[in-house]
Design a protein around this ligand. Sequence first.
Ligand code: 5AD
Ligand code: SF4
Length: 466
Amino acid sequence: MTQETSVLTAKPDMAPDVAPIRKVFVKTYGCQMNVYDSDRMTDALAKDGYVSTDVMEDADLVLLNTCHIREKAAEKVYSALGRLRDLKKKKAGEGREMMIGVAGCVAQAEGDEILRRAPAVDLVIGPQTYHRLPEALKRVKRGERVLETDYAIEDKFEHLPAPDKAKTKARGVTAFLTVQEGCDKFCTFCVVPYTRGSEVSRPVAQIVAEAQKLVDGGVREITLLGQNVNAWHGTGPDGAKWGLGELLHRLTAIEGLARLRYTTSHPRDMDDSLIEAHRDLPQLMPYLHLPIQSGSNRILKAMNRRHTTAEYIALIALIKAARPDLALSGDFIVGFPGETDEDFEDTLRLVETVGYAQAFSFKYSTRPGTPGADLEDQVPEDVKAKRLERLQTLLLKQQNEFAQACIGKTIDLLLEKPGRMPGQLIGRSPWLQSVNVDAMSSQIGDIIRVRITGAGPNSLFAEVVS
Ligand code: 5AD
Ligand code: SF4
């Protein structure tokens, strides 16, 4: 599963000069894969003359790219749809048409329900059918309310346009690239196997071609995405199945591609060749998101995670032996059904043992249709809240300690974007921290040596080392 962000992905894009200009506003909820998907949808619409806008009121089409991972995520969508209904009505009064589309995992899981609950919605489209978006919009124009949530037989990636140079340049020097989608693990709390379907791996040639295009457009760092990215097994040019370690090796042959990351991984799928890639590839950043969810073996079993805490700890030791400067990030769920105080104490102990540079933690949220929803012994909300607070206090302490330990180190910094003050840029450390440094905007995309001089709550400060 990919990590949660909430980003506005509407950015000015170039349009071909043939079709009339129409504007699309995309609001992205949830994980990095949704960020990637929003860009692919925008690219697919460009052929029909759509350009992105970041002003919702100006849009001819508003697309919500939704997330279903926890309850609150879906509720946010319904309240956004309420506001959009009012905007649509207002614009109709002014003689301007506005279409409303719902994409993403809520669309996949609750397509019919959305059309029923939100009459202003014109189109519901699930993640496996984004390549059919232009066609679906034509049907909307003909007066249909469209529901596209079947799993497509054709390969959507073969039909979705890869990013072109101009768009890539506008999007910055770091990029996401989906290599794997879906999940066959069926953790008992998780909707992903139902919303994103079973695991599909893109073939090597497709991935390499897209990575090359990104690099041609100025990208220096690519994060390979997959709900279960280290389960990726794509067909290589030799016809054999490759593993992620081999794919990473291949990608390092792309000149100008300075950094690689991948997310999110399952502990069961860290094979030897991937661990060796951490040892052998300096381009592979020493930072790994490896969720365990709970520190209690009993709860891990109930979650169907299919490994123990001891196995997780041993695995981390192996990876760190391969790449000693590697730092970890993780995900945790508190209050899974049946979680006792003792189970929760085990989670705190595990966090103390492992030590995380960063981690995300959530209260368990019952997801309809998942096995967890039917379990007895649901944990009361107030108990979940107290546990979450304790866990987050500990994780935040570890994050601060990690940042403090960076002070005095000399590191490579990828300069990404303008900073808060003129004459400053924000760059990214190997461990994904934001770092402020004095530099010129012409240096965006460069990797420079800096010394970390200080640490704030959300970012580090650095000076250039000559
Ligand atoms: N309740 C709470 N958190 C969840 N996650 C996934 N499903 C649920 C749920 N039902 C968390 C997991 C996962 C992260 C992306 O979201 O920690 O790794
Ligand atoms: Fe969900 Fe588990 Fe699959 Fe991750 S591995 S996407 S948590 S079912």
